[in-house]
Design a protein around this ligand. Structure first.
Ligand code: AMP
Ligand code: MG
Length: 338
């Protein structure tokens, strides 16, 4: 086998609106992280439209990543792809590209769990070793920590994901998703000018939480037109972020881990970062947040997690490479974590 610094894994991410291709060396150097995101003309993500976007941009994004890394397809050692969880048509498009590349180049294929990849890229880029992780994105809201061979779920949303909650409200409020300015970021900007905290539903049940009642309440208040939009954005953020922070804090107290990691697209939010940093400090834990480039869905995280699995002898035969739309992270053995 080649030296780890000269052996490369190409990872493909395509669970939802982003099509990403990352290239990392087997010893964890990120050489490229190219992506193209599908921006719907209006409304939320339409899975088939997003998949069509992914198929259209696949060759360009692949080429961009290879050029950035300064390598040729023949230099690759393995191909990783996000096998789930995610939207069926989007996942299938990425998996098809991955299978084709692996077959053409005669390389091993590794199917990666997307949620685990968010944790692993957070660990790689921040140096966190064994954190309680809050993973918050457009499709997921999970508090997780490693125990006995797997990442365990300590708490999660019972209905919609945090990013989705913010996005739906932002769209109702007429905000537009632009390149480089996701809806959650537009909402964060308005929230920074909010002054009045408007009471809204706060639902934590055991270690899980529910955001749909909060979204309905915020949307109803918006439609009534009696509150300032800035105050509504501020109050929505304060309630939702307090819920995820409360659950993360309880997981931290229970596990007695020494680190907190914030990852996923919503990790870019400064207010959420500040809340988590506060609870980490109160428990004598170190707070880590994944860099923005690797917060949102990306190919580098898939490539890196593919490397970790591959180094522990895990490969995915083509006949087992079917996509898994609801693949929970606590169903996956992670022999690379001790
Ligand atoms: P992902 O699903 O990981 O690609 O992340 C996308 C989600 O992150 C969307 O719901 C975005 O609105 C959200 N997001 C991105 N930036 C921010 C921000 N600054 N504050 C809150 N949410 C954000
Ligand atoms: Mg995304």
């Amino acid at each position: 086998m080649k030296d780890s610094s000269e052996a490369y894994c190409l990872g493909i991410e395509s669970t939802a609106d982003d099509f990403g291709v990352g290239i990392v060396t087997l010893n964890g150097k990120i050489l490229a992280n190219a992506s193209s995101d599908y921006v719907p003309e209006e409304g939320g993500i339409h899975p088939r439209e997003a998949a069509r976007h992914h198929a259209e941009v696949a060759d360009t994004v692949l080429q961009e990543a290879l050029t950035k890394a300064g390598i040729k397809p023949r230099d690759l050692t393995l191909i990783a792809f996000s096998q789930g969880p995610g939207l069926g048509p989007c996942l299938r498009t990425g998996a098809t590209v991955a299978r084709a590349l692996a077959a053409y180049l005669n390389l091993p294929l590794v199917g990666v769990n997307h949620s685990i990849a968010h944790i692993e890229i957070g660990k790689l880029t921040t140096g966190a070793a064994d954190p309680v992780t809050l993973y918050v994105s457009g499709g997921n809201t999970i508090v997780s920590a490693f125990d006995s061979g797997r990442y365990r779920v300590f708490g999660e949303t019972l209905d919609i994901a945090l990013g989705n909650c913010l996005d739906v409200f932002a769209r109702e409020a007429g905000l537009k998703h632009k390149k480089g300015m996701p809806l959650g970021a537009a909402l964060e900007k308005l929230a920074a000018n909010g002054k009045q905290l408007i009471p809204m539903p706060y639902v934590v049940k055991g270690m899980d939480l529910s955001l749909s009642g909060l979204l309905t309440a915020a949307t109803t208040l918006l439609r009534k037109g009696e509150c300032k939009l800035e105050d509504l954005c501020y109050s929505l953020q304060e309630h939702a972020f307090s819920m995820v922070t409360e659950v993360t804090e309880r997981a931290l107290a229970h596990t007695e881990k020494r680190e907190v990691l914030l990852t996923g697209g919503v990790a870019a939010n400064k207010r959420l970062q500040s809340m988590l940093s506060t609870i980490a400090e109160e428990h004598g834990a170190r707070f880590h947040v994944v860099p923005r480039e690797f917060a949102t869905d990306n190919g580098a995280m898939i490539a890196w997690t593919g490397v970790l699995a591959y180094k522990h002898g895990i490969v995915t035969p083509v006949e087992e490479s079917f996509v898994k739309l609801r693949w929970r992270l606590d169903k996956v053995d992670v022999p690379w974590v001790k």
